[in-house]
Design a protein around this ligand. Structure first.
Ligand code: FAD
Ligand code: NAI
Length: 475
């Protein structure tokens, strides 16, 4: 006898588990199915984000930054350390513990909100009386019937043609988060978010890291002034980044890999490395979902096709997160999950794509929201820009971390904030103020007039807003 639910969510990543909790809060009966397992076969809800993405990468970034500080920066504070050494298994073990705390936290939240969790692969069987028949293939199989289905099956790493991931030499984000030893040399294909974050982790731990990027501009998605400042800082740290390359046929030997490429000038080059991270973007994940069985429409790039409300071509079937168009970010997935649950309940859930922040958790951190200068120029928008360097911020000096700046872009006539771009310490936290202001369609003058605590890094945001009107007080 099939178990009946108002909503069945397939996938318990940030899109799926949040959608399930919100739907349950709104009084619906909800099940969430997720296939991810720990090494010993236990459920590991949380998706890519929790298991091999946001959370473990930030744990390793934190640990490796401590190592970097102990090796190179504590002495500036008069703290002399002798014989600093690395216990990589402890560092990776700590990351595994952090991941497990998050897995367990989601299972707890499911219980608290009365979401029924099924561990296994969920697939569409047919449209039946009362909704959609969904099969769960796990340790024990289950048959469910759902009035509404939310697909939140996420994404998978994109491999280079002819070079599958083996997770020992050729690494996706998965293998790159659990190397058993620090490689002497590490190559990274793609200077995007994963390449920069995980490249930074292993460089700090002792690898010689070389990143090869196809695009001529470094971080073409970011404001180019920010990108240049970040590039300078990464180069100083010893992260080697070559842009405008074309990768040839990669050969893997017993102990090393050879990556032939042509550089930006067209000259032939060769990189020989112990390990290679391939981080050239991700692809939507729909394997095992039964797409053809029920005629679920995919777009030309393989994403589940949805409208602005996350509705698919099938009645009462919705899709959210990495498996649909839009930025592949956990917070975007979560917002879509909440919005869909609210729409199912007859409310008017909404996601504002214009105020989704982007963050790269390197050192310095990079964060932005809204439009950058290249985009505004291309649009022919009349705008004003105000910047403030962390060098002139008292708290940044006290921290000993003065790289970078905050830049506020505002409409020339109305002063409405159109974009904020930060490279520097705690950019990931500082960007929230900009998101809030932009959600309220506030002006640079609004930020400039708000009282910011002293001494804080957030004063750089206030000063950048003042700079829009040429009236910084501390620079
Ligand atoms: P996912 O998190 O991929 O979850 C999908 C889940 O569905 C998985 O558990 C999968 O096993 C399950 N599933 C798939 N098919 C089925 C099926 N048929 N039946 C049952 N279960 C199924 N984003 C940020 O915002 N900030 C970051 O700092 C950040 N860092 C990242 C670092 C790395 C290394 C990577 C790879 C990604 C990072 N991301 C980050 C991106 C973020 O992880 C994704 O945007 C986010 O996980 C997408 O959430 P989702 O719910 O759509 O999918
Ligand atoms: P990405 O899209 O950020 O970067 C991929 C890079 O690879 C691009 O710069 C691209 O030009 C380059 N590239 C593509 N093909 C190439 C080739 N053949 N040779 C050389 N370079 C090539 O993708 P990435 O880093 O794999 O991350 C995947 C997703 O995960 C991103 O969409 C990102 O949003 C998300 N993510 C988010 C994080 C965060 O929010 N802090 C952290 C890590 C990942």
């Amino acid at each position: 006898m099939a178990k009946q639910f108002d909503v069945v969510v397939i996938g318990a990543g940030p899109g799926g588990y949040i959608a399930a909790i919100r739907a349950a809060q709104l009084g619906m009966t909800v099940a969430c199915i997720d296939a991810w397992s720990t090494a010993d076969g236990k459920p590991a809800p949380g998706g890519t984000c929790t298991n091999v993405g946001c959370i473990p990468s930030k744990a390793l970034l934190q640990s490796s930054e401590h190592f970097e500080q102990a090796n190179h920066h504590f002495a500036d504070h008069g703290i002399e350390l002798k014989g600093v050494s690395l216990k990589l298994d402890t560092l990776i073990g700590r990351k595994t513990t952090v991941v497990k705390q998050n897995n367990d936290g989601i299972l707890y939240l499911f219980k608290k909100n009365k979401v029924t969790f099924f561990h296994g692969t969920g697939s569409f069987v047919a449209h039946v009386d009362g909704g959609w028949s969904i099969k769960v293939a796990g340790k024990t199989d289950e048959d469910l019937v759902a009035k509404h289905v939310i697909i939140a099956t996420g994404s998978a790493p994109r491999a280079l043609p002819g070079l599958p991931f083996d997770e020992t030499q050729v690494l996706s984000n998965d293998g790159a988060l659990r190397l058993p030893a620090v490689p002497k040399t590490l190559g990274v294909i793609g200077a995007g978010v994963i390449g920069l974050e995980l490249g930074s982790v292993w460089r700090r731990l002792g690898s010689e890291v070389t990143i090869l990027e196809a695009m001529p501009d470094f971080l073409a998605v970011a404001d180019q002034q920010v990108a240049k400042e970040a590039h300078k800082a990464f180069a100083k740290q010893g992260l080697v980044i070559h842009t405008g390359v074309k990768i040839g046929e990669i050969k893997s030997g017993a102990k090393s890999l050879t990556v032939p490429y042509t550089d930006a000038s067209g000259a032939d080059q060769k990189l020989v490395v112990d390990k290679l991270i391939v981080s050239i973007g991700r692809v939507p994940h729909v394997d095992g979902l039964g797409v053809e069985t029920v005629g679920l429409k995919l777009d030309e790039r393989g994403f589940v096709a949805v409208d602005d409300d996350c509705k698919t071509n099938l009645p009462n079937v919705w899709a959210v997160g990495d498996v649909v168009r839009g930025p592949m970010l956990a917070h975007k997935a979560e917002e879509e999950g909440v919005a869909v649950a609210e729409r199912i309940a007859g409310q008017h859930g909404h996601v504002n794509f214009g105020t989704i922040p982007s963050v790269i958790y390197t050192s310095p951190e990079i964060a932005w929201v809204g439009q950058n200068e290249q985009q505004l120029k291309k649009e022919g928008r009349d705008y004003k820009a105000g910047s403030f360097p962390f060098m002139a911020n008292g708290r940044a000096r006290a921290l000993g971390d003065t790289t970078g700046f905050v830049k506020v872009l505002a409409d020339a006539k109305t002063d409405e904030v159109l974009g904020v771009h930060i490279v520097g310490p705690q950019a990931s936290e500082l960007i929230s103020e900009a998101v809030t202001i932009m959600e309220f369609r506030g002006a640079a003058e609004d930020i400039a007039r708000i009282c910011h605590a002293h001494p804080t890094l957030s004063e750089a945001m206030k000063e950048a807003a003042l700079a829009v009107d040429n009236r910084t007080l501390n620079f």
